[in-house]
Design a protein around this ligand. Structure first.
Ligand SMILES: NC(=O)c1ccc[n+]([C@@H]2O[C@H](COP(=O)([O-])OP(=O)(O)OC[C@H]3O[C@@H](n4cnc5c(N)ncnc54)[C@H](O)[C@@H]3O)[C@@H](O)[C@H]2O)c1
Ligand SMILES: O=C(O)C[C@H](O)C(=O)O
Length: 309
């Protein structure tokens, strides 16, 4: 299996690093438009092979898509990140053209690929990739919910002073500061509802912190995050290439599920070797469903902007 990561910036490089360390492919190709950047980062990463104990080969490519030919999975991270004070949606003008062009180039050389969209605003970029590629919907997956859920679980573990891996929880809806939906009702600590450990006010704060998790990091760092985003992508890639059938919240095309159609939005899906294989019904309460509908409306409005670009 060959895996391509487009964009050798902070997220793309971290994602590639996680993929090779987990040996998820025989070969990883890192592609960027900046001359030498991907070749340099790939060589640097490959020089960790004997130090970290992996044999996956990684090479770089300056915008030569022939080198990506035959990829089974392609991760698109190319595009600008936000700066403090910006929303992800502010990036649409620049990133839509980048994601459209990259998707078209990828398909010329890897027509069978499963495509993972990371570039922001991710929900709208996933919709764009679905339209631009014409691929079956199960092969287009937006990554945002795995990251948001990891942040949710981290904040819950900090609030309870317990190990993060004892927590289960999911964030669905859009990958935006106001559109994501941390499902507090369903979160558990080793099977026990988190509401048995935390009062309503604390749970509300955890949910609010989760929603602005990316903005908080952007303010601290001066650009957006990459360690957890890169690891979250690798988790998704692993479930595809090892056919693990994990349930992850991912941005996928809805056709009536969760009461929405003609939109890509974050819902729990089974991830295996054919991409996203099944949408799981969390059976939302009326209140959760109303929040989900509001999230869909906001993402739909952003998708409309695509028509003007
Ligand atoms: N979905 C998520 O959970 C999530 C998480 C983190 C970041 N992001 C998004 O990922 C994107 C990348 O973030 P970053 O921090 O890595 O940014 P970055 O600036 O560090 O890297 C982006 C890279 O894309 C490259 N690039 C631009 N146009 C290209 C093209 N046409 N072809 C190939 N490469 C191209 C740039 O040269 C640059 O190296 C941003 O849009 C960011 O908002 C999404
Ligand atoms: O916050 C951002 O702009 C980047 C990314 O979507 C994130 O959540 O870290």
């Amino acid at each position: 299996m060959k895996i391509t990561v487009v964009g050798a910036g902070a997220v793309g490089a971290t994602c590639a690093d996680n993929i090779i360390r987990r040996e998820l492919a025989e070969e990883v190709v890192l592609l960027d438009i900046k001359e030498g950047l991907s070749e340099g980062k790939a060589l640097d990463m490959f020089q960790t092979a004997t130090l970290c104990g992996f044999d996956t080969k990684i090479t770089g490519s300056t915008n030569d898509y022939a080198k990506t030919a035959g990829s089974g999975v392609v991760v698109i991270t190319s595009g600008i990140p936000r700066k403090p004070g910006m929303t992800r949606e502010d990036l649409i003008g620049t990133n839509a053209n980048i994601v459209r062009g990259v998707t078209e180039n990828i398909l010329k050389h890897s027509p069978e690929a499963i495509i993972i969209i990371v570039s922001n605003p991710m929900d709208t970029m996933t919709q764009l990739a679905l339209q631009a590629s014409g691929l079956p919907k199960n092969r287009i997956i937006g990554m945002g919910g795995i990251l948001d859920s990891a942040r949710f679980k981290t904040y819950l573990s900090l609030a309870m002073d317990c190990p993060p891996n004892d927590i289960h929880g999911a964030v669905i809806g859009g990958h935006g500061d106001t559109t994501m939906i941390p499902l507090t009702r369903l979160a558990t600590r080793n099977g026990v509802p988190v509401s048995q450990f935390l009062d309503a006010e604390t749970l509300q704060k955890v949910a609010a912190d989760t929603m602005v998790g990316g903005a908080t990091l952007t303010k601290l760092i001066g650009t957006s995050a990459w360690y957890a985003p890169g690891a979250a992508v690798a988790e998704l890639v692993e479930s595809i290439v090892r056919d693990q059938k994990h349930i992850f919240p991912c941005c996928v095309a809805l056709n009536g599920e969760y009461g929405q159609s003609d939109i890509c939005l974050g819902v729990p899906v089974v991830i295996g070797k054919t991409g996203w294989e099944q949408i799981i019904d969390y059976k939302l309460t009326d209140e959760e469903q109303a929040t989900f509908n509001k999230s869909a409306e906001a993402v739909r409005n952003m998708n409309e902007v695509l028509k003007t670009l």
